[in-house]
Design a binder for this molecule. Sequence first.
Ligand SMILES: *[C@@H]1O[C@H](CO)[C@@H](O)[C@H](O)[C@H]1NC(C)=O
Ligand SMILES: *[C@@H]1O[C@H](CO)[C@@H](O)[C@H](O)[C@H]1NC(C)=O
Length: 474
Amino acid sequence: MKYLAYLIVTFFAFLSVAATTDFVPPQVWKNTKYDRTVQLIKSYVKEQVTVTIANTGSQPNQFYFFALPQDVIADLSIISVELAVGKELVPATIHPETNGNVGFVRVQLPVPISPKSSIKISVTYIYTNHLTPALPKIYFEDEHMVVFRSYKLPLAAYETTNYNFDVMGVQLAKTQEIASAEYDAQNLEADFRRDRIVYTGDGSVAPLTFMPVTLTFERNFPLPRVYNLNRDVWVSHSGESVSFEEYYELGNDASALNRGFSRIEWMQARMAQRHSFAITGLELATSPNARELYYTDLVGNVSTSAVPEDGNMYIKPRFPLFGGWHYNFTVGWSTDLAQYLRVAGKDTYVMKVPVLAGLRDCTYDNVRLSFYLPEGAVLTDVASAVPYSEKIVDLLELSYLDTKGHTKVTLVYENVVDELRSADVLLTYEYDFNARLRKPFTVAAYIFTALFSYFVLTKINLAIRPEKASSKAT
Ligand SMILES: *[C@@H]1O[C@H](CO)[C@@H](O)[C@H](O)[C@H]1NC(C)=O
Ligand SMILES: *[C@@H]1O[C@H](CO)[C@@H](O)[C@H](O)[C@H]1NC(C)=O
């Protein structure tokens, strides 16, 4: 449970970011190698910084301050810090003091590092709201350009030498920089490749140097955002089934359409065969062996275009969703309870469900994940591989057959991304029902699995090859 605790600490630390002071961390480290990789393949930003830190002080040091712009800290969806060797996760919290627009993540190394010694750490994080359309309105056949504002030299709390800044997923990028003699002296070499820019430098960069850079690049894909998702999970022991219902309030942060939408012009331009910044179809993950699928919107039932064998459902909104447009819909399905439930002891069950299924490549502002336990079940524990902001437990009387009431447990998550499809929630409850579910398992093994799935999550794929960038909403 150790890692989970760290994450929760991290989350609550976010809430306390307020004080603006000119905090300068004690200058007891030097970054002797700093490699930053930014991946702009999805509709949100993933970064990984691997830094070798050398203790330049005269005392052993255990605390390192990792600098990030305050606006990135405010939009962090997840952050994790690990030792580059051995991959041990280390606790990290958002430090309450800032320096102008720079904030800090305070990293606690597992052991103090002695003077003149070095250690290499990797910081991986995802943040949202940092890709914006270059133009507010365009024609649907236009190329869609997206802007990413960031910084080019390492932003660090300490002096830094030997650095690399690698931006991936930027097709036909144009860059704008703020020219200044101070920055030019850094001798930064830029290497523009097909969908990648690599900057390298070996000069010395002073602590808290901020060298802005704006990248504008072509991205003919939407920027999907779910304002609200209600994900309801109904557990039935007697039916040996679990039913999911998901209500989405979907929008698109991409450019808006320059004129009224004409389906005829859309078809004449053969847009169905091209990638577009409009959302025209959605691939939604459901559950293995999902059955009784449905898809409805305000107007009524919509037929699903494919029934999944791979657990994915393909749906087509009634109109292409351009920037600024909204589409609210509901999908649902059922599957076998045994896939999600294990017996943990006499009358004790553990339910393991991912925080999200749903859309690929999407930001979710608010997610309400609710479990409806069988009548008479008593909730004993809830654990989540990623921190939630609120937990609500209600006792409901759902039908005339109810005598004891149903427990409803809701976990609220804010600012999450589809990557959390590999993060699980574990729910333990007591329930007197002599169903003979196979595969008994222990709670301990489940908690291990949850941690493991968090580990998988932290190994965010920063590979060069875009991972199915083209299969998002097309
Ligand atoms: C659809 O979702 C949007 C965005 O959250 C919301 O403002 C709107 O009221 C919803 N529309 C309906 C009919 O529920
Ligand atoms: C939608 O389809 C479901 C199942 O096919 C059916 O039970 C329901 O009555 C339909 N609802 C509407 C509004 O057509």
